[in-house]
Design a protein around this ligand. Structure first.
Ligand code: AP5
Length: 213
């Protein structure tokens, strides 16, 4: 199964990706996580690092190469879930082409998580990630356990959050119709407990009760 999660920053893509991947036994491929890992290990070019921290989008070619290499790894043979890619129509075209070159693979479903902007801002500004486990927390809704080693993302500062939300709105103007036309797009309300949102996603893609429910 090949799934794509789209949605504005803070919609819960990373949170849902972990729940859905556990259900389907497929890996999560997050371009944001891959780029942050490159940042931590010092391999991300300075010009890309500056773009990311300020809330801008990297050039298409910088992320398409990452996906092309990652999706041919052995753990992707039964499918994968893309979180944060594609974000532009050129990225979506490149994805179709690279899947076609992998024995004619295709996307099964594109899931868009809908959340209103004021709630997105609130979620991002209070997000903290546990450095050791990678677990995503919210200081109010899902507080971290005592002793967690917390990271506050550079792009979760209010000015970068506003830029990311604006960039998403501009980008989806073209990306969502692209998938709507292909009859792959499923819009899901992303407000509610994470498990409730997962339930909605599974129903939307015609897999209610998947993964041992
Ligand atoms: P990326 O890491 O993909 O960030 P994003 O799309 O901005 O999304 P986020 O990770 O901020 O939010 P999310 O939807 O995953 O929400 P989460 O589950 O954490 O990209 C970062 C940067 O990398 C980009 O800005 C760009 O520079 C670059 N980049 C990446 N991909 C690229 C590409 N394809 N092309 C070009 N550049 C690219 O949840 C957020 C918060 O809400 C958390 O605190 C969580 O606990 C809470 N929460 C989640 N669900 C719920 C719920 N149901 N109820 C209450 N709280 C909830």
């Amino acid at each position: 199964m090949i799934l794509v999660l789209v949605g504005p920053p803070g919609a819960g893509k990373g949170t849902q990706a972990k729940l859905l991947c556990a259900r389907f036994g497929i890996p999560q491929i997050s371009t944001g996580d891959m780029l942050r890992e490159a940042k931590r290990s010092g391999t991300l070019e300075k010009r890309y690092l500056d773009i990311m921290d300020s809330g801008g989008l990297l050039p298409d070619e910088a992320v398409i190469g990452l996906i092309a290499r990652r999706t041919v790894e052995p753990d992707c043979s039964n499918g994968f879930l893309l979180d944060g890619f594609p974000r532009t129509v050129p990225q979506a075209d490149a994805l179709d082409e690279l899947l076609a070159n992998q024995d004619g693979r295709r996307i099964d479903a594109v899931i868009q998580l809908d959340v209103a902007r004021p709630l997105l801002e609130e979620r991002l500004i209070h997000r903290r990630t546990d450095k050791r486990s990678g677990q995503i927390h919210h200081l109010v809704y899902n507080p971290p356990p005592p002793g967690a080693e917390l990271e506050h993302r550079a792009d979760d500062r209010p000015e970068a959050v506003a830029k990311r939300l604006d960039a998403y709105e501009a980008m989806t103007a073209a990306l969502l119709p692209f998938y709507e036309e292909k009859k792959l797009l499923h819009r899901v309300d992303g407000v509610g407990k994470p498990e409730e949102v997962t339930h909605r996603v599974l129903s939307a893609i015609g897999r209610p009760g998947s993964g041992g429910e």
